[in-house]
Structure formats: C-alpha cells, structure tokens
Design a protein around this ligand. Structure first.
Ligand SMILES: Cc1cc2nc3c(=O)[nH]c(=O)nc-3n(C[C@H](O)[C@H](O)[C@H](O)COP(=O)(O)O)c2cc1C
Length: 223
C-alpha cells in the first residue's frame, strides 16, 4: 500500500510522526522501537543556547490526562547538530526540528544554523514567551505570528511548519498570518489548563512556558 504523503514539502514514507517534546531526540525510544518505521521524527523544542528548563516537578498525572511544565529544557542547537542529528540520521526517517526562541532575533539566528544542517524541515514553536513583550507567547497575536514567520522565512530555505498556540480567540486568523508568510502548514500546541480541586475548592491555572503556577482562591461549586 502506498502510504507516502507530502507534508509542507517534506516527502514522508507514511504520515506517522511524533509530537515535539514527547519523544526527546529518539534515543530512549530507539531501545524499544525501530525509529525507521516513522514517517518523520519531530524533535523536542531546540533553542539557540542550552536551556535548563523548569525545576521539577515538570510532569503530573491527573485523572483526565497529564499536566506538564517543562520550560523548554534542551541541550541547544550546537549539541543537537554534533550529537543527536548524526544519531537520528542513521534511521530512514525525516527529521523536523522544533525550533524555540525568546525573541525574533533568537528564532532567526537559530534558523540560520538549522538551514545549514542536514535536516528535512523546521517546526516553529510559537508558544514560547516573547521576553521583550511581557512574556506573552509569540503565537498569541496575528502580528507576533507574522513577525517571527516572515523573518525566519528570509533565512530558511527548508520546509516550514508553524505551530500555533490554541489559547487564542481566533486561531484561524493566526493561521492565515503564518500562511501569508510562506509557511505551508500550521499545527497547534497544547492547552493551558484550569484545574478545579473539589476538596480545597481552589482553582489552579498552569501556564506551561513561564513556570508560573497561578493559584487563586476562587470558590467552585463542588458537587
Ligand atoms: C512533556 C511534553 C513536552 C512537550 N514539549 C514540546 C516542545 O518542546 N515543543 C512543542 O512545540 N510542543 C511540545 N509539546 C506539545 C506537544 O508536541 C503537542 O503539541 C501537545 O501535547 C498537544 O498534542 P496532544 O493533544 O496530542 O497532547 C510537549 C508536550 C508534552 C506533553
């Protein structure tokens, strides 16, 4: 059966891939699973410089799923290029790097380097906080999406996927913004969660990327 697809200009032998950050750079999973069976591997979020990420606890199981607050921990693009990329290249699969930045300039510098590497495409993670604009995610506004995507497109010849945040009122508008800047595909990231504790009657909002756990004492009607 022909399972080939073309995703944003990337020819994949099948449409199966992994969500960024849930698969690391594939090393751990390679002990249990032939990575060459995947159509593509999307790496964990990778930045220009290494990041330590948030202090533990970073992942928490809940009755309805899990919460996470990783803080974009990663070894940086240089380490990735020297260590993880040669490892991944041993497998017959496409490699898409999930790119993170805290400013437009950082995304651009990172993508200049990614453009020189033997990778198949870039997924721009626009849920990262823009430190120059009060740490609001780049993907929260039409202009934020437009700015990063258009500046990155100037330095990146490879296929580009824009990963938007769903935590906005009009995601279709932001998607159009990225498409106008020559990204052929956009996908969405995870939701910010409100957790209501029936016993303490407190609500907890967990904000993924700036490690802010906002606790309010809103009463909830528990039943
Ligand atoms: C532990 C964990 C780490 C993640 N790290 C990243 C990341 O580095 N970059 C990114 O764009 N998305 C990251 N994500 C988001 C996932 O790639 C995915 O978009 C999200 O989980 C929504 O998909 P789902 O509804 O199937 O869970 C992460 C998710 C989890 C659970």
């Amino acid at each position: 059966m022909n399972t080939k697809i073309n995703l944003a200009g990337i020819e994949m032998k099948n449409p199966v891939t992994v969500a960024a950050g849930t698969f690391g750079y594939g090393r751990e999973y390679s002990q249990f699973f032939d990575l060459g069976r995947l159509g593509a591997i999307i790496t964990k979020g990778t930045s220009l410089k290494p990041k330590n990420g948030n202090k533990p606890t970073r992942v928490c199981e809940t009755p309805s799923g899990m919460l996470n607050s990783i803080g974009l921990q990663n070894p940086g693009v240089e380490y990735f290029a020297q260590n993880d990329l040669p490892f991944l290249r041993k497998y017959d699969t496409k490699i898409i790097v999930n790119a993170c930045g805290s400013s437009v300039e950082e995304y651009v510098e990172l993508c200049k380097i990614l453009n020189t590497l033997d990778i198949d495409g870039v997924e721009l993670n626009l849920s990262c906080p823009n430190v120059k604009e009060g740490c609001m995610a780049f993907g929260n506004t039409y202009d934020g999406v437009k700015k990063v995507t258009s500046e990155v497109r100037k330095v990146l010849d490879k296929p580009l996927i824009v990963k938007l945040t769903p935590n906005v009122t009009d995601i279709a508008r932001n998607s159009k913004s990225s498409r106008r800047c020559w990204s052929r595909w956009s996908v969405i990231n995870k939701y910010i969660i409100r957790n209501e504790n029936r016993h303490t009657q407190k609500t907890t909002s967990t904000c993924k990327y700036n490690r802010r756990t906002i606790r309010t004492s809103n009463k909830t009607s528990s039943s």
